[in-house]
Design a binder for this molecule. Structure first.
Ligand SMILES: *Cc1c(COP(=O)(O)O)cnc(C)c1O
Length: 365
């Protein structure tokens, strides 16, 4: 590994996550022009593996933005004037996506539940009986609360509404659990590089169905940078409309190879195992899960701070040992803390974390 200026602190925060040295180094390949045949080959290589890992035949557009850019793209390109989008919100990220739709001038309805709860399929079924929607948008894994929503059950309901496009934010769960895009009929499925993909931040992906392209043709103001029709045009030549992050593409190519070599099922099982280990620790340490039972995320655990520890002091203690966890998000600051167990984090890394946290609790608690 090339030398680094900073001390290594292993990140157990839900993004950016720990990136392996091999992946960091993959970015130091010589640059190529993005209109060159070398770049087209890189694009095609990444594309094939993205389709495999998203379980889709649809194109997976590559965005030079974080995941939020794909929110903007999906909201702008699927909701017509005079029509509405239904956002299912259960925490900070799903709420922010609803705000992004509003800020793009879209009419938004909400199904909103308390933070920590999952949105139940019956709630969606009921809303769809009362109103018509151009799109339904949800977060499969609400990173701020540690809830994994039942998106496969939403899919069954939405199968009866072919004109309602299904938009799923899989930012913090893609590559950590199966996101079965085609089987679930997802029209836009998005992720970004710095969560369970375990790459540096700066790039995002949107698996996009033909129905989205058809819908987009009926919407005049789609902008340019996030327009799916423009992305599709360049995609057909294994290219992107604007300059892509070539170095990150090298890293993605390498990481996708490594993911497939591990085996997707094995990768998902490792995430399940780490989530289970975390829940066992939470119980042993006499905390409680913040997320609703039955809906705990496989990639990030949100722990209710029932022992009222000083989370900043915990992190100061952990930092001295080369680790860091995440304080509660937004209004949960101090009330909960999050342990990410995603990407290339291994069970033994978590064991080291739990040992250090136990040491802190023995001292402070
Ligand atoms: C991190 C996150 C986002 C935002 O993604 P960026 O890549 O930071 O723009 C969106 N949704 C969820 C569920 C996230 O965890």
């Amino acid at each position: 590994m090339s030398p680094k200026k900073q001390e290594h602190v292993r990140l157990f925060i839900p993004g950016p996550v720990e990136v392996r040295p091999e992946i960091l180094d993959a970015q130091s390949e010589w640059m190529v022009g993005h209109r060159s045949p070398e770049f087209a080959a890189l694009y095609a290589s990444v594309q094939g593996k993205l389709k495999q890992t998203f379980y889709t035949q649809n194109p997976v557009y590559i965005y030079t933005s974080s995941g939020s850019g794909v929110w903007e793209s999906a909201s702008r390109c699927t909701v017509r004037d005079g029509k509405k989008i239904l956002h299912l919100t259960c925490g900070a990220f799903s709420e922010r996506w609803a705000e992004v739709s509003r800020l793009n001038g879209k009419q938004v309805d909400l199904i909103a539940v308390e933070w920590g709860q999952a949105i139940k399929p019956e709630q969606l079924a009921e809303a769809l009986q009362h109103d018509e929607y151009d799109a339904v948008a949800c977060a499969m894994n609400e990173t701020s609360t540690g809830v994994r929503n039942p998106v496969e059950a939403y899919a069954e309901i939405l199968a009866d509404y072919p004109d309602t496009l299904y938009l799923v934010d899989a930012v913090s769960i893609y590559a950590g659990a199966k996101v079965d895009v085609d089987a679930w009929g997802i029209d836009v499925c998005l992720t970004s590089t710095q969560k369970a993909f375990a790459l540096p931040p700066g790039m995002a992906f949107g698996a996009t169905s033909p129905a989205v392209l058809e819908r987009a043709k009926e919407i005049p103001n789609r902008g340019y940078y996030f327009d799916v029709l423009t992305l599709q045009k360049y995609h057909e030549r294994d290219n992107t409309p604007a300059t892509p992050p070539v170095a990150l593409m090298y890293a993605a190519d390498r990481q996708l190879d490594d993911m497939l070599a591990e085996g997707l099922d094995a990768r998902f099982a490792r995430h399940e195992k780490m989530a289970e280990m975390t829940r066992v620790w939470v119980q042993q340490a006499e905390f409680e899960m913040f997320s609703e039972d039955g809906y705990h995320s496989p990639t990030v655990s949100n722990v209710a701070n029932t022992r009222e520890i000083d989370i900043s002091a915990l992190n100061a203690f952990l930092r001295e040992r080369g680790m860091v966890v995440s304080n509660g998000y937004g209004k949960l600051k101090g009330k909960a803390f999050r342990i990410a167990h995603m990407g290339d984090t291994q069970p033994e890394h978590l064991e080291a974390l739990f040992a250090a946290m136990d040491e802190f609790l023995a001292k402070e608690g």
